[in-house]
Design a protein around this ligand. Sequence first.
Ligand code: C2E
Ligand code: MG
Ligand code: MG
Ligand code: MG
Length: 276
Amino acid sequence: VIKANNRNHYKVFESSISKDFKTILTMETELRKALKEDQLELHYQPQKNIETGQIVGLEALLRWKHPEWGYVPPATFIPLAEKTGLIFEIGEWVLKQACLQNKTWQAQGYPPFVVGVNLSAKQFYQKDLVDKVENILKESGLNANYLELEITESMAMSNEEDIFRTLEGLRALGVHVSIDDFGTGYSSLKYLSQFPISKLKIDRIFIHENRKQNEAIVKSIIHMSHSLNMKVIAEGVETEEQLEFLKTEQCDEMQGYYFSKPLPPHQLDRFFPKIV
Ligand code: C2E
Ligand code: MG
Ligand code: MG
Ligand code: MG
């Protein structure tokens, strides 16, 4: 419990964004500035193959380093970016940055891995998304196989012609698509089996709450993924026990604080002894 006169508490309170925002407009203005003034950063969280222990992917997670407020969490500003349409510019920046960074790592001789990029609903529904992704891959020189786009259940599970076309277009490029936060939305098993999806990401709520029911859910998701020829990764793995359980159940990959928090690019060096 934090005491009211505690210095840390004061600091947390001061940097709390709600206090500083007189209006949503302030934040919108600041977010526009953030793009122009290079306040956005990507941190990367490793994803490990559970059996081999090898790092097979890195998920790019957006960070906004505001000069006064400090780090503003994505859960705070992404919904605003969606509402204002700023998400298009931000999303494109993220995609470009992640591809360039991954290409840079490869050029430096690191073993190749996939970079995961989160897409927001508006971004995913853009008619020219596939063209945009193709252009960014061309510009960055990254092979499409090393890019994975993360969407959520609600974004994908509908019978809209457009969604199927987008997913097919991405597959044709060679880009992977995964379903993020799986188990918390509404999935249609029909679409799940028909759509070209490479991987399910089991939401961390099923991993971190230690309940028998959750174990049953996790086991089912793992088995279903494999039956449908998809890979499966557990999000939010924080303890050895959780990892052991996932290993026993033959979950393919894991991501979570147990191995590493999301880190700025230069801090990832320690995981990859340079080849060249
Ligand atoms: P997400 O895509 O499900 O990302 C996983 C979140 O879980 C990240 O939070 C990560 O830091 C956190 N996490 C990872 N391992 C653990 C763990 O072991 N324990 C706990 N408690 N948390 C863990 P973060 O970075 O705050 O991102 C939150 C959400 O914001 C993301 O959830 C994603 O939906 C969204 N987001 C992040 N970056 C972007 C982006 O570039 N574009 C879009 N559209 N959304 C983004
Ligand atoms: Mg994600
Ligand atoms: Mg997630
Ligand atoms: Mg999420």
